[in-house]
Write a protein that binds this ligand. Structure first.
Ligand code: F6R
Length: 617
């Protein structure tokens, strides 16, 4: 949820940290802070608000420079967003300082104990409790910082990624993780190190990177190789040094006004990147190591349970239709948060597919850990390479969508559906539920999807015009059936999260069971009415809406004449196989939400109260 970044080396730390915070601001943006060690003193500046507010404040408050420092961008859990609760936090003596991403659940009891020992607290945060616990242990046990951090972390319950610094020993950082990511960038000859929640803050400086595993900590010292240990038993770990493939261009806006718009436009390429090297149309082959190597398990599976949250859950719902229709395997789709606490029945021959863009969503991660314990085989569908869910799964496949920075998921959704379509087809062919001829038609059609998405992006101006007509609506309904029911949910989610207009998605036939009461001349209703998939029934729903004077924005197949005659606005999408329609119908709905949010002057890339990667439950 929060973003953390740090630097220790020979360069001026200040710009590295600020640029890093800007790249991580998608993770949390209710407050921000920075601390620099200038060789003698720690200089700190922190504020409620955005990194840009922090920059203004730093101008007034920090005049010196330094080669060591770290910064934080916050998404509040304990304590309201204000200057005092912003990170970093000092210990009582002000020798130790910390930044933290996560939650310390037992902070209350620890705080009471520390208060009894004379500690005072300036903020309402769990983080200030942790740094004082570290200080207390360092003092009473007379141990070095690394040991004190380790002992303290063995007392806390919760999730964390932390960076700790001791100004009395200013040549090292101690970092640790449990449930929240930490990447360490290693400079040439260990002359400098970078720390961040993901690798984006340091890609222009180094490609060598270590991702700490859950339950690991590291002491990072200039001129020395990083030492990674297990927090629980102190055993040394040989860290895997990875070569990053990310480049700077991928994480910049590239001429677009917002990351979201850039990412919407990246979808044709992202979909190609998802099937590139996997889908060999001429050979009639789908290659996917994670599935190929475990084919027998998939073929023996009595059911597939999909766990995910938010937009990824919507992709899971599309996958339910895909797997059941194409491969005839029963599917259940679960919210990670409900599944993990429901004591679900999981059998050894169940396959659990976790879908997550970030690969860090706490509820999804906890759900798959539980499923593993109960003996299920877990398959991860993630975008972020090396993320926690990707590592925790027994096998998996990456979507290869590239970095998604806008908080509202766009290309993550369409690439998840692309990947899941390939898996469904692979399984359907292997278990005999798809004929060779149909399988070929699916592959040929999938190859055409990126071009069709491209053609949809060209109707941007038309969608913008329709958006201008409805930007002042207070509520909207989204209706769809079959494969397009999850698209209705996703369309409504996109609208509410970035424009703050209340919107709900429903299966079109459910309208009669309640939502129809809401319809009057002030209610805009987006209806997905493509020519396959219960078209006539959806047309009847449209008639029912019209009879009650509702305003209809219909997503139809090119050449449709029936709905055109009834709806207030129609947006045409190219013809495709029914199972692939979500890949097309989603696009205008993304653009529609985007334009409304821009017209309402919302912060499109960083909507209020949201964070890109929800690493707390
Ligand atoms: C909505 C959105 C969220 C995420 C959800 C899961 O636009 O972005 O609903 O889809 O938080 O995140 P991941 O996919 O990273 O597990």
């Amino acid at each position: 949820m929060c973003g953390i970044t740090g630097y220790i080396g020979y360069r001026d730390a200040h710009p590295i940290i600020i640029n890093g915070l800007k790249r991580l601001e998608y993770r949390g943006y209710d407050s921000a802070g920075l601390i620099l060690y200038d060789g003698k003193e720690l200089k700190m500046s922190k504020t409620k608000g955005k990194v840009s507010d922090l920059e203004k404040r730093i101008k007034k408050e920090i005049t010196t420079t330094g080669n060591i420092g770290f910064g934080h961008t916050r998404w509040a859990t304990h304590g309201v967003p204000n200057d005092v609760n912003s990170h970093p936090h000092f210990s009582e003596s002000e020798n130790l300082v910390i930044i933290h991403n996560g939650i310390i659940e037992n902070y209350d009891t620890i705080k009471i104990e520390l208060i009894n020992r004379g500690y005072t607290f300036k903020s309402d945060t769990d983080t200030e409790v942790l740094i004082n616990l570290i200080e207390e242990i360092k003092k009473t046990e007379n141990v070095k910082l690394g040991k004190a951090v380790q002992l303290a972390l063995n007392q806390v319950i919760g999730a964390y990624a932390i960076v700790v610094f001791d100004k009395t020993k200013p040549d090292e950082f101690v970092v640790a993780r449990l449930g929240s990511p930490i990447a360490i960038g290693i400079g040439e000859d260990n002359k400098e190190f970078f720390i961040a929640s993901d690798a984006s803050p340091f890609i222009e400086y180094t490609k060598n990177c270590v991702y700490l595993e859950d339950g690991e900590m590291a002491v990072i010292k200039i001129d020395r190789e990083i030492k990674v240990r297990k927090i629980q038993d102190d055993s040394l770990v040989d860290p895997d040094i990875l070569q990053l493939k990310l480049n700077l261009e991928q994480i910049e806006k590239g001429g677009y006004d917002h990351f979201m718009l850039k990412e919407i436009h990246e979808q044709p390429k992202a979909i190609i990147d998802t099937f590139r090297g996997r889908m060999l149309v001429n050979e009639g082959l789908i290659r996917m190591a994670g599935v190929d190597d475990n084919m027998q398990k998939f073929l023996n599976a009595k059911r597939i349970i999909i766990v995910a949250c938010g937009t990824s859950w919507h992709a899971g719902l599309v996958a339910e239709y895909l797997f059941e229709d194409i491969a005839r395997i029963p599917v259940e789709v679960e919210y990670g948060s409900e599944f993990r606490y429901r004591n679900p029945i999981i059998n050894k021959d169940d396959i659990v597919i976790a879908i997550s863009q970030s690969g860090e969503t706490a509820d999804t991660l906890a759900a798959i850990k539980m499923a593993k314990e109960k003996g299920a085989f877990v398959f991860g569908v993630c975008n972020v390479v090396g993320s926690s869910i990707a590592r925790e799964a027994h096998a998996g496949a990456y979507t290869h969508a590239g970095p998604e920075i806008g908080v509202a998921s766009t290309k993550a959704f369409t690439t998840q559906i692309t990947l899941l379509s390939l898996i469904a087809l692979k399984l359907g062919l292997a278990n005999g539920n798809v004929s060779k001829t149909d399988y070929h038609s699916y592959l040929q059609e999938m190859e055409l999807i990126p071009k069709k998405v491209e053609s949809l992006l060209e109707i941007n101006d038309k969608v913008k015009y329709i958006a201008s007509e409805y930007k002042d609506a207070k509520n909207m309904l989204y209706l769809g059936r079959g494969f397009n029911f999850p698209v209705a949910l996703e369309g409504a989610l996109k609208l509410k999260e970035i424009s703050y207009i209340h919107a709900e998605g429903y299966p079109a036939a459910e309208m009669k069971h309640g939502p129809i009461a809401l319809i009057d001349e002030n209610m805009p209703i987006v209806v997905i009415a493509t020519n396959k998939g219960h078209y006539e029934k959806v047309v009847s729903n449209i008639q029912e809406i019209k009879a009650r004077k509702g305003k209809i924005i219909a997503i139809v197949t090119e050449g449709d004449t029936t709905v055109k005659g009834i709806a207030d606005h129609v947006i045409e999408v190219p013809e495709t196989i029914e199972a692939f329609t979500p890949l097309l119908t989603t696009i205008p709905l993304q653009l529609f939400s985007y334009h409304i949010a821009v017209m309402l002057e919302r912060n499109v890339d960083q909507p209020r109260n949201l964070a890109k990667s929800v690493t707390v439950e």
